[in-house]
Design a protein around this ligand. Structure first.
Ligand code: FES
Ligand code: FES
Length: 207
C-alpha cells in the first residue's frame, strides 16, 4: 500500500499528540491541570525567625517578603534589577530581591530593613542616615541602608571593587570607593552626597 506525503504527515502528528497526552486524562482535565500554578513549600529565615511559606514557584523573594510576610520596608522600584530599592542581605551578601525566586532561598538567612533596627533601637547606619539627611522621599532608603551595611562588611573583608586601586591591598574607606560600591542603588531625590557622608560616619565610628 502506498501512502501520500500529506497522509503520512497527518498520521505522524496524530500519533505524536496521542503519545504526548497523559493516559486516561480528558483533554479538558489536561488543560485545567496546565493552568494550575506550580506551588512549593519553602522555609526562609527572615530577620532571625524561620518563616514557612507556600508560594507559586514564580514568586520573587521581593514579593514573598512584601505580599506574603507583609514586610513592606523592602521596596519595589523597577522590579528588574536596575534601581536597588529591593536590596536585602542574604546570607551576608546584598542582593536585589526582585531578581531571585523565593524557592531558591530554602534555609537562607535574609535580613531586611526591619531586621536591622527598630524605631526604638536604630541600627547605626539608620541613625547616620537621619543625622546626615541621607534621604528625601525615603523610597530608596531601605535598599540604600541594607546596601551600605553590606558594603562596610565587604570592605572589612578586603573584597575589592572596580574603584579599588589594588586587588591585593585592603580597599580604602574613601568616597570614590563607597560611590562605586553604592552605584547599584539609585536615588531619584539625589541624596547621594549625604548618603556617602552617612556611610563614612559609620565606617569611621566602627574603625
Ligand atoms: Fe529590584 Fe529595582 S526593584 S532592583
Ligand atoms: Fe527619594 Fe532616594 S530619597 S529616591
Amino acid at each position: 500500500m502506498t501512502i501520500s506525503r500529506r497522509k503520512f504527515l497527518i498520521l505522524g502528528a496524530v500519533t505524536a499528540t496521542a503519545f504526548a497526552m497523559p493516559p486516561f486524562i480528558s483533554l479538558k482535565a489536561y488543560a485545567a491541570n496546565l493552568e494550575q500554578p506550580a506551588m512549593s513549600k519553602v522555609t526562609i529565615n527572615v530577620n532571625g525567625k524561620p518563616r514557612a511559606l507556600e508560594v507559586d514557584n514564580r514568586t520573587t523573594l521581593l514579593d514573598a517578603l512584601r505580599e506574603h510576610l507583609q514586610l513592606t520596608g523592602t521596596k519595589k522600584g523597577c522590579d528588574h534589577g536596575q534601581c536597588g530599592a529591593c536590596t536585602v542581605i542574604a546570607d551576608g551578601r546584598r542582593i536585589n530581591s526582585c531578581l531571585t525566586l523565593a524557592v531558591m532561598h530554602q534555609g537562607s538567612k535574609i535580613t531586611t530593613i526591619e531586621g536591622l533596627g527598630s524605631p526604638e533601637k536604630l541600627h547605626p547606619m539608620q541613625a547616620a542616615f537621619i543625622k546626615h539627611d541621607g534621604y528625601q522621599c525615603g523610597y530608596c532608603t531601605p535598599g540604600q541602608i541594607c546596601s551600605a551595611v553590606a558594603v562596610l562588611e565587604e570592605i572589612r573583608q578586603g573584597i575589592p571593587s572596580h574603584a579599588s586601586p589594588s586587588l591585593t591591598e585592603p580597599p580604602r574607606l574613601i568616597a570614590s570607593e563607597l560611590q562605586e560600591r553604592m552605584s547599584g542603588n539609585i536615588c531619584r531625590c539625589g541624596a547621594y552626597s549625604n548618603i556617602i557622608e552617612a556611610i563614612t560616619d559609620v565606617a569611621q565610628a566602627s574603625a
